[in-house]
Design a protein around this ligand. Sequence first.
Ligand SMILES: [Cu+2]
Length: 108
Amino acid sequence: MIRLLACAATCGFALPIVAAMAAGQMVVIDQIDRMFDRKVVAIGTGDMLRFTNRDEFLHQIYVESAGFSFDSDEQAPGEIIDVTFPRRGEYEVRCGIHPRMSLAVSVE
Ligand SMILES: [Cu+2]
């Protein structure tokens, strides 16, 4: 145990572990009444947005950009869709079924 702690202090793997724990935050975005629950969200690189569907009909979220694209396919009521944003940038999450739904995602 002492040897392990000594190695953690000198071998440098303690820092990456802390960094990994700090990354990967999750923000829940509800979809309700044909809207996202906010217009804008700011997250860090590698963070995840969790999209719920609190309506009684389908949603289908997607992102189209040069750096990152995603399509959830049909999301049933109650279903959860997780989207991880792997790199910095400004993105727009939209719904393929409800064209007025829009969420601006700033990844820093
Ligand atoms: Cu929708």
